[in-house]
Each structure stands twice: as C-alpha cells, then as structure tokens.
Design a protein around this ligand. Structure first.
Ligand code: NDP
Length: 313
C-alpha cells in the first residue's frame, strides 16, 4: 500500500476538526483533514443554529459547516473525502489507513470523530428528521416554544433536556421505558418539581405521525403484558435522549477510552495516552456536547499538536 507522510492528520470534519485545521494551518503545519462518513458532522443534521456566536440571525447547520470548511481550506488545509478504517499507534507509530486503501504516516494525529446520537430505529423517525424529530433540545428546542413536545429516555440527558424544554414549551412528555428514571436524584427531583412535565413510565414509542411534520406519536404502555394499552399523544417535537455513541471504535486498540467509549484525555489538555495523538470534540466530551465547546477543544488540540511537534524538534 502506498504510504504518504504528513505532519498533522486531523480525523473528522465537525466544529472540532475544522477548528483544529484552521489553527494547524495558521501554524504552518500543513494539515491533512479526512472528513469521515458524515462530512460536516452532527450539525448537518440539525436545522437552524442560533447559539453559535457570530451569527446574529442564526445559521443553517449545513451552511455553517460549509463556512468552517471554506475557512480551513482557504488557510491551507488539505481536505479529503474518506473514512479511517484502521490505525496502528504501536511503538510510536502513527499509521492511519483510509478507506482500506491508503496509508498515512503522520507525525501527529488529531482525533475529532465526534459522537452519534442514538435513535430508536423507527422508520418514522427517519422520515421526520429535521421536521419535528431532533436529538438535541439545546439546538432545536427554541423552535417549539409554547408547543407540546416529548423527550424519550430516562437518564440525565433526558431529564436535562426535558427541564430545558419545559421552560420554552407548553407541555413536555417524558417517554420512559422502565418504571423508574435512571437519572441522578437531583435531576429526578428537578423533573418532578416541574409542573409541565408529565412522565409516561413504561411507555414505548411505536411510531410518529403527521402531515409532513410531526403531529403526534403512537405509544404503547406495558407492551407484551396483560395490561398493554395503546395511547396517542399530540406533539410537535420528538426529542431523542437515549444516549450517544462516541465514534472511537477504530482507535480503541491503542487509545484509552472510558467504559462508554469516550476517549480519555489528560486533565486540561487534549493529549491521549498515545504520545502525538490528541483528541477533541464530542469523541472525548460526554458532558457538554456543544458545537462551540467542540470548536474550542479543536483549537486546544491544534496547539497541543504544535507544541508536541516543536518539542520533537
Ligand atoms: P444514559 O445511558 O444514562 O440513559 C439513557 C436513557 O435512555 C435510559 O433511561 C435508557 O433506558 C433510555 N434508553 C436507551 N435506549 C432506549 C431505547 N431503545 N428505547 C427507550 N429508551 C431507551 O444516557 P444519558 O445520555 O442520559 O447519559 C450518559 C451519561 O452522561 C450518564 O453517565 C449521565 O449521568 C451523564 N450525564 C450527566 C449529566 C449531568 O451530570 N449534568 C447530563 C447528561 C448526561 P433504561 O434506563 O431502560 O436503560
């Protein structure tokens, strides 16, 4: 296989990857950025973004990521299609295989592969994605002001999203498959003390319906038991909060992750356990998962990579 030597390889094309690219380009590190399966990352799945500073009138997610890409390219990043299929970080090597056919030997690697929200897997979820179905209340909640919405999940994310939405919306249903919330006690109390949240325990979603946009959901209570009952709720928004998968599997033989697959970085740094390999954005951030935070961490990763390369002379 042909091997290409590069100084800095950035893997991923969300806000973290492109920001790392902008900084690495301006530091004359001639970065190569491999975009991954979903060019532009998770923001290309949302509608309008109103919480990224610098866009006073909001911006379409695809347009914003296109602008990130253009900025990185103008400053000299070599942006490529492709997905990383294998890495070899043993014994100081930084060998990265792209699409099983090209080998890149990088002096430093920045992992910015993000995370993917989990969906239930219903065909109607796919159909209404961006038209009432969202996996990010902070991104999209604003569009459902004074409306009725549902949040699926019973963890901390679901509780946080439900309380966030409760401030904006008329009513928030939480659709919880068990008969208890998995969230921390403090989060549970916040939910219980919010009058316009109704928790539907032991409910699962069968499908969504509506004319072009979500207008409601068909639910089932205690599915498969003698108590089984069908129920319909009228909602305009359906928010998934059933967890995320960090996209770290390909790196896991070498790069340490926590039990859920989030890459572990040293405190206050983007350094992973592998010298010369840095991580930024949602693949290492289980807490904030915001575009602006990912962009900031991409900046840190580029600065850390620059320092690493300088230290090697
Ligand atoms: P969790 O894995 O904690 O919770 C996922 C929730 O979704 C669970 O209630 C789970 O149900 C439910 N769920 C999963 N799959 C399905 C499905 N197919 N159908 C219906 N329901 C489903 O994920 P979170 O994103 O909430 O949290 C991830 C981690 O991040 C946790 O450690 C959490 O504590 C942490 N976190 C902390 C925050 C904070 O401290 N402020 C904020 C947000 C997250 P079940 O219980 O039945 O498995």
């Amino acid at each position: 296989m042909e091997t290409e030597k590069v100084k800095v390889l950035i893997i991923g094309s969300g806000p973290a990857g492109y920001t790392a690219a902008i900084y690495a380009s301006r530091a004359n590190l001639s970065p190569v950025l491999v975009q991954g399966l979903q060019a532009g990352g998770q923001l290309t799945q949302t509608t309008e973004i109103e919480n990224f500073p610098g866009y006073p009138n909001g911006v379409d997610g695809n347009q914003m990521m296109e602008e990130f890409r253009q900025q990185a390219e103008r400053l000299g990043t070599d942006i490529r299609f492709g997905t990383v299929t294998k890495v070899d970080f043993a014994d100081g090597r930084h060998l990265v295989t792209v699409d099983d056919e090209k080998l890149i030997d990088a002096e430093a690697v920045i992992i910015a592969t993000g995370a993917t929200a989990k969906y239930l897997g219903l065909p109607s979820e796919e159909k209404y994605r961006g038209s009432g179905v969202s996996a990010c209340a902070t991104c999209d909640g604003f569009f459902y002001r004074k409306k009725d919405v549902a949040v699926v999940g019973g963890g901390d994310t679901a509780c946080e999203e439900a309380t966030y939405l409760a401030h904006l919306c008329n009513k928030v249903y939480m659709i919880v498959r068990k008969n208890f919330l998995r969230a921390s006690k403090a989060m549970q109390e916040r939910v219980m003390n919010t009058p316009n949240i109704e928790i539907l325990f032991e409910h699962n979603t069968l499908d969504l319906f509506g004319d072009g946009v979500v207008e409601g959901a068909n639910l089932v209570y205690r599915q498969g038991t003698p108590d089984e009952e069908r129920r319909q709720i009228k909602i305009d928004g359906f928010f998934l909060a059933i967890g995320h998968h960090p996209n770290s599997a390909v790196f896991q033989p070498f790069v340490k992750t926590d039990e859920d697959g989030y890459i572990i970085t040293e405190p206050n740094s983007s350094r992973t356990n592998v010298p010369g390999v840095f991580a930024c954005g949602d693949v290492m951030d289980r807490t904030y998962r915001q575009a602006i935070v990912a962009a900031g961490s991409g900046c840190k990763a580029a600065l850390d990579a620059e320092r690493y390369l300088l230290s090697r002379g």
